[in-house]
Design a protein around this ligand. Sequence first.
Ligand SMILES: [Zn+2]
Ligand SMILES: [Zn+2]
Length: 282
Amino acid sequence: MTSNLTNYHSHSLYCDGHAPIRDFLDEAVRQGFTSYGVSPHAPLPWTTRWTMLALELPVFIHEMHRLREEYKERLELYCGLEIDHIDQDINPQAGIFKNLTLDYKIGSVHLIHNQAGRLVDIDLNVEKFRKAVDDSFSGDVEYVVGKYFEAQMEMAGTGGFDILGHMDKISFNVESYRPGLTSSRFYTDKVERLLELATSKSYIIEVNTKAYAKQGVTFIGRAHYHLLKDMGAKVVVNSDSHYPSLINAGRMEALHDLKEAGIKEVMELHGGKWCNVAIGSV
Ligand SMILES: [Zn+2]
Ligand SMILES: [Zn+2]
């Protein structure tokens, strides 16, 4: 029997996912998952094509509670949110996210400020990222890297979340823009400093496998798994799936690589609590 069949980073029609929640849950049941969490992109104070609306928050939570009842014999179901950190006012600690009956929150950075203080989406494919760096940041990719990690350091300091989402998701695009940059001390120092802060605050560090099938990479990247071990980080392996067919994509490969790096356990939600679960035969 396959073990570690869990995922807590999953989108749906509430945001930019491509299927209703029910389709993800049915697929999870079909694949033998034991525990599953849904985490739409939380509302921002303005409308985007990828975040849910504030008025949908109670609707989502109500639907999740109803589905939890319906699926309780087949799957442990958990209700989460992926919340952006923008600045001191818009972040996982904001009032709008307080007093919600959520099981966990993922803190993520997708947008950063450019030199002129304008907010720019940097969660893009390689071509669009290159254009964004050239057009919105005057080609200063080091500035982009600096701001990206600065925002995550600020988020880790501000708090209000449980899981640090895809912490070096920028790496694939940065490496495409400037080969060699992600293995430089400039970059790895930033990864190390963020991990140190995050583990000191006991956040769970996500190994995000969304890009594994197409690009062979995870976020946090494989090159940094030894840091997770050395720092005794709590680790969760999530697929960040936007399609039901991809709920387990890249997860088994990442679990295998984590095990190779000496990590013996990952975090899973069981009975409403985060538990350390041994990585099985992967
Ligand atoms: Zn994300
Ligand atoms: Zn996501």
